[in-house]
Design a protein around this ligand. Structure first.
Ligand code: ADP
Length: 439
């Protein structure tokens, strides 16, 4: 501060000193005139600097800070430093804002910033696609004019945002959104929307699954319960009739056991944390085992044939592969009338290996084919149950094949028969028979 005063006053002191020196030499009038002229020059220079400052203050962003001398040099320098510090702060602020906006744009959730009037101030691309709005075109439009679903408008107006709203997307009716409104600042709101379509599907599947399992268990339990009740009430036991009832109860318990075994297999296959035990599997032996089991299931009612096109083996889980293939074999026998033919075939198709089960049975209408691997999906419910089906067999097949990077090929014609093939990629095939286990 002292320096400022000094730089303001020293020219005046200098002028006064010179005037005092001049006084005895040139007289008082001349000394006074000299002093006045000096002061006038100082004043004019100050006025020029003030004018330059006024000009600069009118548009400080576009103009350079003016240059000055003396005290003005210090003032203009301070202004220059100040301006630099401010523009540095502004650019930091802009960088932080841009970074925040980039992060919000990359969010997997939709975000809409709403002002106190419910108008859109900003939204990210995910919100644009979920609500069919545009960040540029719909800026400051009321969101309730653009998202016209009644539950959404009511939720917005209710002002109780503790629970999220579950609604269908305005863009895609198959998409389900969970919408959460978060009030902040001065009656502003942030809308966060999340695509919960997958979660909802999983929840529906879980509900359907429980309903299906309960339904499957209820029928055999009702039968067994009914017989037990009639035994309890009977005064005399008719042994011949009882034997027949025992047989029926045994069938029903067998059905429940089958269902529970399939459920356990499915749950084991679905648990991703359990690593599959992989070993070399001899498909020649597997095919022989399957043929023996087919004979036992058929009990002489069908013509059975095994065709071995190759002796290559597979790398995989022997237990899971057997579960899958015996399901295909058992289906072929169960859905093929007596005297029909069932052929098991192990062969190479290009660089893939296929295990096919062909039957001359009932066949399947084309509209069912894509749904056969869904849990509990059956074309003919009655026939499936009569023959001990659980509705889970092909679901197990699909899981096992997926775990072996394979797939299920189905071809069928109603009345003529079906072809079910388990297909394995080249990476699973063992070419050298010496690498396979021998019995
Ligand atoms: P299920 O225990 O009922 O046989 P699956 O999952 O094994 O259950 O099969 C699903 C449905 O596919 C069966 O209910 C049946 O309608 C049909 N299906 C499966 N294999 C055959 C086949 N070889 N011939 C005719 N229909 C079949």
């Amino acid at each position: 501060m002292l320096a400022l005063w000094w730089s303001l006053l020293w020219p005046l002191f200098m002028a006064a000193l010179l005037a005092l020196v001049l006084w005895p030499l040139a007289g008082a009038v001349r000394a006074l005139l000299f002093f006045s002229a000096f002061v006038l020059i100082i004043l004019l220079r100050h006025m020029a600097s003030i004018a330059a400052l006024a000009r600069w203050l009118r548009s400080p962003a576009t103009m350079e800070v003016p240059e000055g001398t003396g005290v003005w040099d210090a003032i203009f320098d301070a202004l220059y430093q100040n301006g630099r510090a401010q523009s540095g702060g502004q650019s930091n602020l802009n960088t932080a804002l841009a970074r925040f906006q980039k992060a919000a744009e990359a969010m997997p959730d939709g975000i809409v910033m709403l002002n106190d009037e419910g108008q859109i101030e900003w939204c990210n691309p995910m919100a644009e696609s979920q609500f069919g709005i545009s960040n540029h075109q719909d800026h400051l439009q009321r969101i309730s004019y653009l998202v016209r679903q009644l539950p959404f408008i009511e939720h917005l107006a209710a002002r109780n945002y503790a629970e999220p709203l579950v609604m269908k997307s305005a863009r895609n009716a198959n998409m389900t959104l969970s919408v959460q409104l978060v009030p902040f600042g001065d009656r502003q709101k942030m809308l966060i929307s999340r695509d919960i379509t997958h979660l909802e599907q999983v929840e529906t599947m879980r509900r359907d699954f429980i309903a299906n399992v309960s339904h499957e268990l209820r029928t055999p339990l009702t039968v067994v319960g009914g017989f037990l009740e009639s035994f309890a009430d009977a005064e005399q036991i008719d042994m011949a009739l009882s034997r027949r009832h025992f047989q029926l109860m045994q069938d029903q318990t067998q059905r429940m056991r089958g269902l529970i075994e399939d459920l356990l297999t499915l749950s084991r296959l679905e648990s991703t944390h359990e690593r599959m035990a992989e070993t070399p599997v001899s498909m020649t032996e597997m095919a022989q085992t399957l043929l023996r089991e087919a004979m036992s299931l058929s009990a002489g009612r069908h013509i059975l044939r095994l065709e071995m096109g190759t002796d290559k083996g597979l790398t995989g889980s022997e237990r899971d592969l057997h579960s899958a293939l015996i399901n295909l074999v058992s289906n072929a026998i169960r859905y093929t009338p007596d005297q029909g033919e069932v052929v098991l075939r192990w062969e190479m198709r290009g660089d893939e290996a296929w295990f096919c089960v062909q039957d001359s049975g009932l066949g399947i209408e084309p509209q069912h084919i894509n749904r056969l691997t869904e849990r509990f999906y059956r074309v003919d419910r009655g026939r499936s149950r009569e023959t001990g089906g659980t509705g889970l067999g092909l679901s197990i097949v699909k899981h096992v094949l997926t775990r072996h990077q394979g797939w299920l090929h189905i071809q069928s014609e109603p009345g003529k028969g079906s072809l079910f093939c388990a297909c394995f990629p080249a990476g699973r095939i063992i070419d050298d028979p010496d690498e396979l286990p021998r019995s």
